[in-house]
Design a protein around this ligand. Structure first.
Ligand code: C5P
Length: 400
């Protein structure tokens, strides 16, 4: 997949640097040539010797290493690559990149190039969530820099949350997407997927039968066409695709916040089955069975994420696509829904009893736009995803 692609791999100083050793191996297995650059902090975590042994070539470490300058200037070092990967990208490296600083070899290489850059951030959860890092992240994104991860989970420092470096297969998939010459290259696309869980109390929740299969297939198909995909998913029963940025949420409120944080995007596809209501005043302690009395649940409406994004005054994605799972009068209801919500397209499907669509592997959809309702034959969800991704690519190309 990556035959003779030249990758400049900058290894920053974090415990996740150990993953970069495996990353080098896997990139080379795919045929890539990896030129490693180790920051001073990085060399506290992994040794130049193990890196050069795995890369099969010299590790560059110092800006003022005259031998290196004679062999290959730092300018040429970064320009001769097809892609620069920063893994792990520390908070400090991200800050330097966002601020345009160039005080060591890694930051100078990053400033002295117009080669595409992909970063795999890794840091403590508080550092990741800090306003400064989030500001830098937004700057880097708007500078066109690709981002993979971080993932949520247990961290080496004993805390839990987002900040773990993406796993090696995810980084590899992001590298492939960054180097893919698809029609969505350079486009950022948001996909929501899966159900939401709306808590009743700490152990009970209201949910729906969405598996996340269609949204996942769609995110994968968009990635395969070269898009940078942000995948906001509720608690789905299928695993998220590799090589996309995954943001996990539970409730509709959290999904809205994650969607807003992911903007701006070129296109947004809302495949999630968002709960329409949440339980008003969900209990903080487990509801008890009491003799003679049944709990009374009161509901409040959830925000309509699709409608909000469709009706944004400023910064609306160029293309907004909604899904409509209906059981009766599918086309009529979905056509009315498209107009009401203000999205560009609605993908309507019949999830009625006996169709086997919700949670199944096949889908039969009708693509509804302002001027047409186009029924597609029943086919695997992966095929629906591929065709929809191709239509999205065409629409974005036509718009420019
Ligand atoms: O109104 P209904 O739930 O049928 O609309 C379905 C479409 O709206 C889907 O694209 C779904 O992802 C989106 N939606 C949303 N937020 C909600 C409800 C639905 O984004 N609260």
């Amino acid at each position: 997949m990556l035959a003779s692609k030249r990758i400049l791999l900058i290894i920053g100083g974090g415990i996740a640097a150990f993953k970069s050793l495996d990353l080098i191996r896997r990139l080379r297995e795919q045929g890539a040539e990896v030129t490693p650059v180790l920051t001073r902090a990085g060399s506290e975590f992994v040794t130049p010797l193990s890196i050069s042994a795995l890369a099969g070539r010299k590790v560059f470490q110092d800006l003022f290493d005259l031998t290196d300058e004679a062999e290959m200037g730092h300018i040429e070092l970064s320009r001769s690559a097809d892609l620069i990967v920063v893994a792990p990208a520390t908070a400090d490296l991200m800050a330097k990149m966002a601020g345009g600083q160039a005080d060591d070899l890694a930051s100078t290489l990053l400033l002295a190039t117009d080669t595409p850059v992909l970063i795999a951030p890794a840091m403590n959860v508080r550092m990741w969530e800090h306003a400064a890092t989030q500001r830098n992240l937004a700057t880097l994104r708007s500078d066109g820099i690709g981002v993979v991860g971080p993932n949520e989970g247990d961290m080496a420092c004993g805390e839990h949350g987002p900040g773990r470096m993406a796993e090696v297969p995810e980084v590899i998939a992001a590298v492939q997407a960054a180097l893919a010459d698809g029609p969505l290259k350079g486009r950022r696309v948001l996909v929501t997927s899966g159900p939401t869980h709306e808590p009743i109390d700490p152990v009970r929740y209201i949910a729906n039968r969405s598996s996340g299969a269609q949204g996942t297939a769609l995110a994968r198909a968009l990635g395969a066409l070269g898009a940078e995909v942000v995948f906001v998913t509720g608690p789905a029963s299928v695993p998220p695709p590799e090589g996309v940025e995954v943001v996990r949420v539970e409730t509709a409120q959290e999904m809205l916040a994650a969607v807003e944080a992911a903007l701006p995007v070129d296109a947004a596809v809302f495949a999630a089955a968002v709960a329409d209501w949440h339980v008003l005043g969900a209990s903080l302690s487990k509801l008890k069975k009491t003799k003679g009395g049944l709990p009374k649940l009161e509901f409040a409406e959830n925000p309509d994420i699709l409608a909000r994004v469709s009706q944004m005054k400023a910064g609306r994605p160029g293309l907004v696509v909604g899904f409509a799972a209906e059981t009766d009068d599918v086309i009529e209801n979905a056509t009315a829904k498209r107009a009401r919500k203000g999205c560009d397209w609605i993908v309507a499907n019949d999830v009625g009893h006996g169709t086997g669509i919700m949670g199944g592997t096949e889908n039969a959809v009708t693509l509804i736009s302002a001027d047409a309702a186009e029924p597609w034959p029943r086919m695997p969800k992966a095929r629906v995803a591929q065709q929809l991704a191709e239509r999205i690519a065409r629409a974005l190309l036509d718009a420019h």
